[in-house]
Design a protein around this ligand. Structure first.
Ligand code: IMP
Length: 180
């Protein structure tokens, strides 16, 4: 067990199985269509890499980066684009991929922003959701798992940029952060 890591929430095997199920659902729902998969940096990059390799559809990828969390576990509530998409999404079927939905402020901002660019459709796929923390109304179309209000790390999720490379998802040990 790594220092700073608490209980394991999802093993590598459980994650990989769930990713395959989500990809199968997406493949079925978008039959005959081409999609643009938009990853929200940085947390989504590992989930997105696994997910797109299981989606059996023609697709392209793009990334957007917004400023959200600093090195604490508090949401600043401040969301601004620090890296925009490279390509237009007008008239395209867009699937936004996020690691975790917490307050929903980030996805709310990004969804509104992307919708103003007139895509043909816009759906959200998130690996984790903490519904008890929600402040903005967000509909997650494809969800890996709901989790309680605990700070999760691994599989792309960080704490102060650490732990992203863990192949499993675990709870951060409480001594690692200042209680919210
Ligand atoms: P929201 O705007 O509050 O929904 O924040 C979403 C972002 O906060 C995610 O993309 C993560 O970067 C970060 N975040 C929220 N909860 C966690 C967590 O439990 N572990 C790691 N990052 C988190």
């Amino acid at each position: 067990m790594l220092k700073g890591i608490g209980k394991v929430l999802f093993t590598e095997e459980a994650i990989q199985n769930r990713v395959k199920e989500l990809a199968a659902e997406i493949t079925e729902d978008y039959q005959g269509k081409e999609i643009i998969v938009v990853g929200i940096l940085t947390g989504a990059f590992i989930f997105m890499a696994d997910l797109i390799r299981e989606i059996k559809l023609p697709l392209t990828v793009d990334f957007i980066d917004v400023a959200s969390y600093g090195s604490s576990t508090y949401s600043s509530g401040v969301v601004r684009i620090v890296k925009d998409l490279e390509k237009s999404i007008e008239n395209a079927h867009v699937l936004v991929v996020e690691d975790i939905v917490d307050t929903g402020l980030t996805l709310n901002y990004i969804s509104q922003n992307l919708l103003s660019r007139h895509p043909a459709s816009l759906k959200i796929c998130a690996f984790l959701d903490k519904p008890s923390r929600r402040q903005a109304p967000i509909k997650v179309d494809y969800l890996g798992y709901k989790i309680p209000d605990e700070f999760a790390v691994g599989y792309g999720l960080d704490f102060a940029e650490k732990y992203r490379s863990l192949p499993y998802i675990a709870v951060l040990a409480p001594e690692e952060y200042i209680k919210r």
